[in-house]
Design a protein around this ligand. Structure first.
Ligand code: ZN
Length: 215
């Protein structure tokens, strides 16, 4: 079943890396539903963030599920390790993988939720063959790998199409919007079919409520 209340999964990318424990505790206080961990490898995307040891450390402090978004090349090599490190959700980019089916199966074999992410410059078509296997479909509204970009509303067409396909094919995956989400565009995301929003922590720090009740 698709949850009827929109969830928020703030990214820890904008947190102070020296105060991660405090940041994680604050996310619980601020009513986040998930903690979004952006993993970048410097190959699939031009930036590098953190890897399994950080996820393992966060798991020790977080009461919330960890939502790990892998922006890495050949994610099939690492999805199992992230599951072992405490990820509850593992999402990767299909065009970066040489074995999408294998990577999805590995995540499921650990009893974790699996997802595919569609980058801002990538067509939804890359994910369509796998929709029946997914728990999550992430539609990116910025180009993966950089912080502080402005939201690209044209990417929401992919969320609308995914919602149609979900209904036509009678599937259950959640649709998540990742990148540049803020209170000004949250309603737009929801009307395009989003079930989960991934804002940066700064949005929550300003005590802006992004949760939207079902109309
Ligand atoms: Zn992300």
């Amino acid at each position: 079943m698709i949850d009827e209340i929109m969830k928020v999964a703030p990214s820890i990318l904008s947190a102070d890396f020296c105060k991660m424990a405090e940041a994680i505790e604050n996310l619980s206080l601020w009513n986040a539903d998930l903690v979004h961990c952006d993993v970048m490898d410097g190959v699939y995307v031009p930036n590098i963030t953190f890897g399994m040891p950080m996820v393992k450390a966060l798991k020790g402090y977080s009461k919330l599920p960890l939502d790990v978004h892998l922006m890495i090349t050949r994610p099939e090599r690492y999805v199992g390790k992230f599951c072992e490190s405490g990820a509850d959700f593992v999402t990767f980019h299909p065009e970066a993988s040489e074995d999408v089916e294998g990577a999805l199966a590995t995540i499921k074999s650990y009893g974790k939720k699996c997802g595919l992410a569609v980058n801002a410059d990538v067509d939804l078509e890359v994910a369509i063959p796998y929709l029946s296997q997914l728990d999550l479909l992430v539609i990116m509204t910025v180009q993966a790998g950089f912080g502080g970009q402005s939201f690209k509303p044209e990417c929401l067409k992919k969320a609308e199409r995914a919602r149609e396909l979900r209904s036509e094919l009678n599937l259950n995956f959640q649709i998540e919007i990742d990148g540049g989400v803020c209170p000004q565009n949250a309603a737009l995301c929801k009307s395009a079919g989003a079930d989960v929003l991934w804002p940066g922590m700064r949005c929550l720090r300003r005590k802006i409520r992004l949760k939207l009740s079902k109309p």
